[in-house]
Write a protein that binds this ligand. Sequence first.
Ligand SMILES: [Zn+2]
Length: 254
Amino acid sequence: MRTIVIIPTLSDNYTYLIENGSEAVVVDPGEARPVLRRLERTGASLVAVVCTHGHFDHTAGNEELVRETDCLLYLPRDLSDGDAASTDMELSARSYGPFKMILIPTPGHSKDSVCYYLAPAEDAPGAVFTGDTLFVGGCGRLFTHSPSVMWQSLQRLLTLPPETLVYCGHDYALENYEFALDIEPDNGAVKRRLEEMRAVADVSGNSVPSTMEIERATNPFLRAAEPEMKRVLGMPDASDAEVFAELRRRKDRF
Ligand SMILES: [Zn+2]
């Protein structure tokens, strides 16, 4: 049976171990030790390390894991500005042991940001690993690209089936929903999500996984195209990308 184990690393990073019988793949190992401990316990062998982007807190465990387990390492490459501006970037599939992952190019947070979509299996729903591109209730800061490139990246994620589980790179859910509610104080769905996340935080649980359906309904950054979002921002005639840019600006100052 395929399972996804959540391994909190560093101060607020999430590392994930996808397991199936005797094989496992790790996503974004901010640290190696907790991953190695889990592998020792289960006896599974690590097939590959895959990273959503090259930032230190998502890759710091790579070297030790490769040295200790002799696994494959996949780091995405930088996308040129020309690539990043193109709306029809190619999705590519890769297989790591029993796991088939679709690579979704999502530049914006960094030049090399990608998300990995793990298609549904007989015994498990589909899942997407979004790194610092899409968070529960939010999105990553824009370090390398314009808001319109990031908006295109997020739209690629919006094509995933609604039941897709979302596993992101950091636990920022509380502050994200506080921001969302600041933008839309009367949004009942956002209010309920914030309460849910507070309850989760009280028992020091994990805010992941979310689903694409939840994110589509309550993540303000995914709702930049909605007339209601444009209305509350006082931008009824603005383009979707302009509305997204304004949300990102406000969040940066929040
Ligand atoms: Zn990052």
